[in-house]
Design a binder for this molecule. Structure first.
Ligand code: DCP
Ligand code: MG
Length: 586
């Protein structure tokens, strides 16, 4: 059996859904719930049929009363039959509503799963270009719209469809010509509906899109609330928000306007008037009796269900489809890293080589150019350079957070693209410049890369990372839950937790992006010790300004504007590189 490399970085085997169009995609979800669909259809059909029984029987009752000698004996059985059918109708209606609700809820859950898994599989390139707020809007509200599309949306669409059909089926039993009105109504109804849906589709798309961009702005300004406040920009942010909110409102108003222009009500009025006139005409000709006119009028009245529900039930369907299009667009957007499932997945020794590497972010100019160097297993590399020089970008090429544009990055002599991605990443640990902690307990945060690590293990990692002491000062110790985004911890504390994580996962290559460092000397000393302990026995890349750390590195790479300005050991560089010596003079 051949393994086809999946285009995603992370995949779970799941049922395959059609992803060619929004409608097909939703259908491929729906079709996995056959029995629910059957239940909804049977419920809707039965409900409409039993609703038609009422006018028919009432017509019969009238005729019985209008006989020269009224036959009151039939009234009680007729009343009982009407009562009985309506109870049964209630049960069928319940089945229809329950089925539609069940389908809506199941689809919401399934689609949310599918979206989440697909998001985890996307490359960093995708994530750095896709605003979180917009993704959140899609994962919550758009998914919810799909749910509402089924109940009340499609539930009422199917329900009212059979109410449209019943008069067409039942009217000819009184006189074939009576077919004309309900049939013409149905034709006009579908024609105007088709036009309505066509006008509505772009408006629904606009409603969903404006909501997404409002959410994007909201999440960004809350994320950056410190910056907003720091720059006293609350007013202008509020203004921008109001502008966005206005766009959402306008889109909804436009939708309401289109809804209001839907002419189903007019059609209904015409149908009732025309149908009644027609029936009275036939009555005068002696072709219908009183009871039949009444029954026919009652049947025409059934058309009010499709009329009243039509505008908003179809709006709901339109919104659901707009939501589905947005979710599917997100799922389908290309991920450009190949996880190379069949790639090499052996144990890593930690040799690293860059061969003439050039790298540019998507649609940007090159941030790294012609970088070449070689590191033996276990060595420590210090990457130095001014801000924006490309230090962070350089180390992110190692674990394929980004893929290079040209050249080669080799780990153990093997191009990183030839490695199995999961295996590569699990043996390389990166402590980022901006350390992210989850809003979970300290223990969970430490054990993030090794779920199920025992308390002893977690604690000894924390000790090695010099984090044990400060963790113990918290009331709940290791069980302390960190505030959202780790705000309750200082930079130095977070860094040591991140180091603790690295001790637990015991990677072959450790990357420490530590260029921000204004820490008091006592903490500095602790971090220093933690880092040297962490670097022992593995290849380590340190991005740092701390001279003490730079000094004992085996290899120092001085970057300037994306190029290697100088490279070598501390002693060599002090002798040969002005740029390097200048760093030490500062
Ligand atoms: N860059 C980009 N897109 C990103 C990240 C960076 O276009 N997602 C650009 C901005 C810089 C260049 O790449 O011009 C290098 O950025 P780095 O983050 O690699 O720079 P450093 O890590 O060296 O800077 P600092 O010391 O500030 O962390
Ligand atoms: Mg950086």
């Amino acid at each position: 059996m051949t393994t086809i490399a999946s285009p995603a970085e992370f995949t779970i085997q799941r049922p395959q859904y059609s992803r060619t169009s929004a409608i097909r995609w939703v259908l491929s979800h729906v079709l996995r719930h056959n029995w629910i669909i059957v239940m909804v259809f049977l419920g809707a059909l039965g409900n409409a049929a039993l609703a038609a029984v009422v006018p028919i029987l009432v017509g019969d009752a009238f005729n019985a009363m209008l006989l020269p000698s009224p036959d009151t004996g039939v009234l009680v059985p007729l009343a009982l039959i009407i009562g009985g059918t309506q109870v049964l109708r209630g049960v069928l209606q319940l089945g229809r509503n329950f089925g539609a609700e069940l389908l809506g809820q199941r689809l919401e859950a399934e689609i949310r799963d599918e979206l989440y898994i697909s998001l985890l599989g996307k490359s960093m390139t995708f994530h750095s270009l896709q605003p979180v707020g917009d993704t959140m809007a899609r994962a919550t509200n758009d998914v919810r719209e799909i749910n509402l599309m089924f109940n009340p949306g499609i539930n009422l669409v199917i329900g009212s469809f059979f109410f449209l059909v019943m008069p067409i089926l039942a009217a000819p039993r009184y006189h074939p010509a009576l077919l004309i009105t309900p049939l013409l109504f149905a034709l006009a109804y579908f024609a105007s509906l088709a036009r309505y849906l066509k006008t509505l589709a772009p408006i629904s798309d606009e409603v969903r899109a404006s909501f997404g961009s409002m959410n994007t702005h909201l999440s960004e300004s809350l994320d950056g609330v410190e910056t907003v406040k720091g720059a006293a920009q609350e007013d202008s942010e509020v203004e921008r928000f109001i502008l966005n909110a206005k766009r959402v409102r306008d889109a909804f108003v436009k939708q309401g306007d289109t809804e209001a222009r839907f002419i189903a009500f007019l059609l209904y009025g015409i149908a009732i008037a025309a149908g009644l006139t027609h029936a009275l005409f036939l009555f005068r000709e002696g072709l219908l009796n009183t009871g039949q006119v009444i029954a026919y009028f009652g049947l025409l009245r059934m058309l009010d269900f499709p009329t009243f529900t039509s505008s908003w039930a179809y709006t709901q369907v339109s919104m659901g489809l707009a939501g589905a299009r947005r979710i599917l667009e997100l799922i389908n957007r290309e991920t450009d890293l190949d996880q190379n499932a069949s790639g090499y997945s052996g144990e890593m020794k930690g040799e690293v080589e860059f061969k003439d590497v050039t790298f540019a972010y998507p649609d940007g100019s090159a941030v790294l150019e012609n970088i070449s160097f070689k590191v033996k297993p276990g060595q420590t590399v210090a990457v130095v350079g001014q801000t924006g020089a490309g230090k962070t970008s350089l180390v992110k090429l190692l674990n394929r957070t980004y893929d290079i544009s040209s050249g080669q990055v080799l780990v153990d002599g093997l191009d990183v693209r030839e490695w199995n991605l999961a295996s590569l990443r699990s043996q390389i640990s990166m402590i980022e410049q901006d350390i992210f902690l989850f809003s979970r307990s300290i223990s969970d945060n430490l054990a993030f890369g090794k779920p199920g690590a025992g308390q002893d293990e977690v604690e000894s990692a924390a000790r090695a990372a010099q984090a044990h002491d400060f963790i113990e000062t918290f009331e709940n110790g290791y069980e302390t839950v960190i505030g959202e985004r780790g705000v309750t911890l200082s930079g130095g504390q977070r860094q040591r937790l991140a180091l603790g994580r690295a001790f637990l996962t015991d990677p072959r290559i450790l990357i420490l992006d530590d260029s921000t460092s204004a820490i008091d000397s006592a903490t500095e000393d602790k971090i220093q010790r933690a880092i040297s302990a962490a670097a022992r026995g593995r290849t380590t890349f340190i991005i740092t300004h701390r001279l003490s750390q730079i000094r004992w590195a085996d290899l120092i790479i001085v970057l300037r504007k994306g190029q290697v300005a100088a490279m070598g050991s501390h002693d060599e560089l002090m002798r040969t590189s002005d740029a390097y010596a200048r760093i030490f003079r500062e």
